[in-house]
Design a binder for this molecule. Sequence first.
Ligand code: PLP
Length: 287
Amino acid sequence: MSRTVYVNGEFLPEEKATVSIFDRGFLMADGVYEVTSVLGGKLIDFEGHAARLARSLAELDMAQPISHEDLLAVHRELVARNAIDNGLVYLQVTRGNPGDRDFVFPDPDETPGTVVLFTQSKPDLRDNPVAAAGIKVISIPDQRWARRDIKTVQLLYPSMGKMAAKAAGAGDAWFVEDGKVTEGTSNNAYIVKNGRIVTRELSNDILHGITRAAVLRYAAEAQMEVEERAFTIAEAQAADEAFVTSATTFVTPVIEIDGVKLGAGTPGPVATRLREIYIDESLKSAL
Ligand code: PLP
């Protein structure tokens, strides 16, 4: 069945939706994106994603091409038109189509940004068998650019990381830089030792996960100890448990790192509890 998608102010059937070959998103990966999950037809952490979009655009000197109010309205309209119960809304903003290829940014008054949104239905998002089983991860060098705090569409290296993980029979890869884990290919990384949650501190080295912010807030409210600092793969392999967070995986346990099982090799109690808390709490403020 054809989806209804949104392109530059219009709701269209997906087969009618097009973007120019001169779009800078296509030619230069000059664009940013957000992914907002949908549970029970409601948007999870929408305000966080909207705020991070504004920050990513500002960091790249791109104009905000759609108001906050309209952005929420378009998200909701797409969820309704596509009857999404569980799934996600993908949003991409690029520096638009200047009608030619040039490294120099076009004048924003003459070249408006391109705005594209579409939905993906994921019935298993909440009761995900992958989360119930936990995932294995491998480590690989972090060879991404140095501004990972900006959520750009330059996802080739993370895709290569996912492929390396798949080839190794794992579910994901954790990036390592200067001997320390930065994050997963599409998620933030955590370990748990003696009840204390450890995750890398915020900087330009990692994406400032919206799920990370919420999970750390809920962990603090539940009197769990949290330490924001970098950790090594060896420390992670000696941890009691580990997990990752992202908008579409929520909290997903990690059960093995580079072939070494963590604890009993099954999802740990802290990750399992945090997943429940995150889903319950974020549903309360879902839009
Ligand atoms: N880190 C990276 C590299 C990501 O790509 C993502 C999500 O795509 C995250 C972390 C998690 O961010 P969020 O919780 O906002 O989805």
